[in-house]
Design a protein around this ligand. Structure first.
Ligand SMILES: [Zn+2]
Ligand SMILES: [Zn+2]
Length: 129
């Protein structure tokens, strides 16, 4: 499958039996939503639906290369570190952009995914300070 933002073939990260693809060009990750939830719940996080984030209908997120439908942009993080991911409503794939350049294997990617969503859902907690 090709990267939704660069159009280059993504590579599979091996380790575990979760299919996880990474773009060597932008460092983005593509993961199925059920696998993503498994990773999150396994690492003491809440599932994707409980993490919040706001859909940005204006964003141009590209297309799911598998389904050829437009991806939906969900934004989170805080003012200093705005974050976002794209999701395909057809296949449930989730594309995480550009934060994963260092992830060389599944284990590392998994840790970075958990860290990504920790920062992603930080918005509410920061307001209380
Ligand atoms: Zn890419
Ligand atoms: Zn899709």
């Amino acid at each position: 499958m090709d990267c939704p933002s660069c159009d280059v073939e993504m590579v599979d990260l091996v380790g575990d039996d979760h299919p996880l693809r990474k773009c060597g060009e932008c460092g983005g990750l593509w993961i199925d939503v059920s696998d993503l939830n498994r990773v999150l719940l396994h690492n003491n996080s809440v599932g994707l639906e409980s993490l919040g984030g706001k859909v940005n209908p204006e964003a141009d997120s590209g297309q799911c290369r598998e389904c050829l439908v437009d991806l939906v942009r969900v934004e989170g993080g805080d003012r200093n570190h705005p974050m976002g991911y794209d999701t395909c409503e057809s296949c449930g794939g989730v594309f995480l952009e550009s934060e994963f350049k260092d992830a060389k294997d599944f284990k590392q990617a998994q840790q970075e995914i958990v860290a990504f969503f920790k920062a992603f859902s930080n918005t509410k907690k920061k307001k209380a300070i």
